[in-house]
Write a protein that binds this ligand. Structure first.
Ligand code: ATP
Ligand code: MG
Length: 280
């Protein structure tokens, strides 16, 4: 089995990292200070992903995971270093991104379907022709709702849905404009263990069908181990990437894999790393 790679020995795995030229996400020695001082929230982040790769970022609270997301979407500019997404330097907020967070944030006065359609109503270029194309967009939304098992709830309001259903709907909303990149910040953190595992499978299936790039931030090491191709461990403040682990578990992955020795060994390994990060 492959072992965790600390930055101290990262050179030994460089060959298995994607080539910068055809990477999708490309962070080159990125630093960010919120107040332009020398106190960095994230420090010296270098990371490359393949097209269609699913990565997870794990690390203690306050280590800079959400900051990483803001950098990847262009909401924040690096203080030092450079970021390119899909071969283009990031100079401002990106449109090729869909996002979902821990709280589903659906609008209570809109139905599930209308919540999913919302980005198309407010973001160009869709907004311009929204009325004309509404039928086609509704079909697209219904297809997504079908994939996540919410077809029968399209006309219900958020308060008529369970927490897990609301989170399914917000993932559909994040995907309605067919983004190349899906950013998920603790998307399943508020759900019970059974619902969370159900949604892992929903996300796995959407990703398998549509092959978008995923950056998943999570505190749940099992979640990272089940879903991701590559798992990055970040250190405490200032946030640095201290380990990169290529997930050895083959795909397709079913929930049964979470009861196997290789899965437990992977989670154990990640946990040891987090323990080390927390104690320093
Ligand atoms: N808007 C901001 N202005 C100033 N400092 C900020 C801002 N946002 C985050 N920080 C600081 O940057 C560091 C990283 O924060 P970030 O939100 O990225 O952490 P995180 O890993 O997402 O934490 P959590 O797991 O709790 O969500 C923290 O020290 C935080 O206080
Ligand atoms: Mg955060």
């Amino acid at each position: 089995m492959q072992t965790l790679t600390s930055t101290a020995s990262a050179t030994s795995t460089i060959a298995s990292e994607p080539n910068t030229e055809d990477s999708f996400v490309d962070f080159q020695r990125v630093f960010l200070s919120y107040d332009d001082s020398d106190a960095f929230a994230v420090e010296d982040i270098s990371l490359q992903t393949r097209h269609g790769e699913f990565i997870a970022i794990v690390g203690p609270s306050g280590c800079g995971k959400s900051t990483f997301m803001k950098l990847a979407t262009g909401l924040k500019k690096p203080t030092r270093g450079s970021i390119a997404i899909d071969g283009k330097p990031v100079t401002g907020p990106l449109k090729i991104v869909g996002m979902a967070f821990q709280a589903p944030t659906l609008l209570p006065w809109r139905t599930t379907l209308d919540n999913v359609l919302l980005p198309l109503e407010i973001v160009e270029p869709y907004r311009h022709d929204f009325r004309k194309n509404r039928e086609q967009y509704v079909e697209r939304a219904m297809q997504l709702l079908r994939t996540v098992g919410l077809e029968a709830y399209a006309d219900k309001f958020p308060w008529q849905l369970s927490g897990g259903m609301q989170q399914r709907a917000s993932i559909c909303r994040a995907l309605i404009h067919e983004p190349k990149m899906l950013l998920l910040d603790e998307p399943f953190g508020a759900l019970d263990a059974f619902t969370r595992e159900e949604l892992w499978c929903v996300l796995r299936d959407l990703w398998t069908q549509r092959q978008f790039n995923v950056i998943l931030v999570t505190h749940d090491l099992r979640e990272a181990a089940f879903l991701a191709d590559t798992i990055y461990v970040m250190s405490k403040h200032p946030g640095r990437i201290v380990a990169r682990k290529v997930n050895p578990l083959p795909r397709p992955r079913e929930l049964e894999v979470t009861y196997t020795d290789p899965f437990n060994a992977l989670v154990h390994e990640l946990r040891e790393h987090i323990g080390r990060v927390r104690n320093t």
